[in-house]
Write a protein that binds this ligand. Structure first.
Ligand SMILES: Nc1ncnc2c1ncn2[C@@H]1O[C@H](COP(=O)(O)OP(=O)(O)OP(=O)(O)O)[C@@H](O)[C@H]1O
Ligand SMILES: [Mg+2]
Length: 264
């Protein structure tokens, strides 16, 4: 299988008034085509910076980012992004908000086809009948579902989700996890999910990458290995508990709360 996303030896520092702030130092990550990788790590370690590098919004100081066999040098329209607090334009309907990327990214779809695609995606996430509502008329979970449609409307080959479910309550979050699996089945994409929720990472992703504290390097990679639609009940199995314990330990190492090597 070819890797659709390939990050090799990436280093990056932000220029600040107090001098350079090294954020990434030794980032290695590869996501095969159709794969879904979750990235976890301490707050402020550089996870959102990683997403900007993949989208071509930032250039690394050193190392390389490749997408589909091409080195990323500028912003990529083949990347769709969704964030924790989706910004929606209040003066536009939900349908028109979802169609927005098609006004920016070149598309071969006619106006009618664009609208059909937006309606299809909204129905896929259970928002049929809400097309003409304004963003403020939707709940947080519904807005997040609409934001997912907007990120997918131009059929990006890569979908980046930066803590998309972080602001939602636990039950709404679990609903959205299940919707994510359904969406991925119908609208295949290669995904990168940034999250602080370890259960979310093993439920949604097939690979979990743990970043070290800042400057972040790839500290640990877990192959989750489950394919296809998953049952939430899987999260309560001993197998899932073992994976969560392993990830939790790696996060403690990343936070400097546990030694890197367990004492003999
Ligand atoms: N444009 C910028 N200029 C200067 N420093 C920045 C800039 N963007 C981010 N930083 C700093 O770089 C570090 C990493 O930021 P980043 O947003 O990538 O972290 P993160 O892992 O996504 O954090 P969180 O888990 O809180 O979302 C932080 O210390 C942040 O303050
Ligand atoms: Mg972030």
């Amino acid at each position: 299988m070819t890797n659709l996303i390939e990050i090799k030896g990436v280093r990056h520092a932000y220029k600040t008034a107090k001098g350079p702030l090294p954020v990434l130092d030794g980032l290695e990550l590869s996501v095969p085509e159709g794969g879904f990788t979750a990235v976890v790590g301490p707050s402020g370690c550089g996870k959102s910076t990683l997403t900007k590098l993949v989208a071509g919004l930032l250039k690394p100081d050193e190392g390389e980012v490749w997408l589909h066999g091409e080195k990323v040098k500028s912003p990529r329209s083949t990347v769709g992004m969704a964030f924790q607090n989706p910004v929606m334009l209040e003066w536009r309907s939900i349908l028109k908000n979802v169609m927005l990327p098609l006004e920016i990214v070149p598309t071969k779809l006619s106006r009618k086809q664009q609208e059909e695609r937006a309606r299809y995606l909204l129905a896929l996430v259970g928002l049929e009948g809400f097309e003409d509502k304004r963003p403020s008329e939707l709940s947080g979970g519904m807005r997040q579902r609409a934001s997912l449609c907007r990120a997918l409307v131009h059929s990006p080959e890569v979908l980046i989700l930066d803590e998309p479910f972080g602001a939602l309550d636990a039950f709404t979050r679990e609903d959205l996890w299940q919707i994510m699996h359904q969406v991925k089945e119908k609208e295949p994409f290669t995904g990168v999910l940034i999250t602080h929720d370890l259960r979310e990472s093993i439920y949604l992703a097939d690979q979990v990458v743990v970043l070290s504290g800042r400057p972040a390097r790839t500290q640990f990679t877990l192959d989750v290995g489950t394919k296809g639609t998953r049952d939430i009940a899987h999260l309560y199995t001993p197998e899932a508990a073992a994976m969560l314990a392993m990830l939790r330990h790696q996060i403690e190492i990343a936070q400097g709360r546990a030694p890197a090597e367990a004492p003999a």
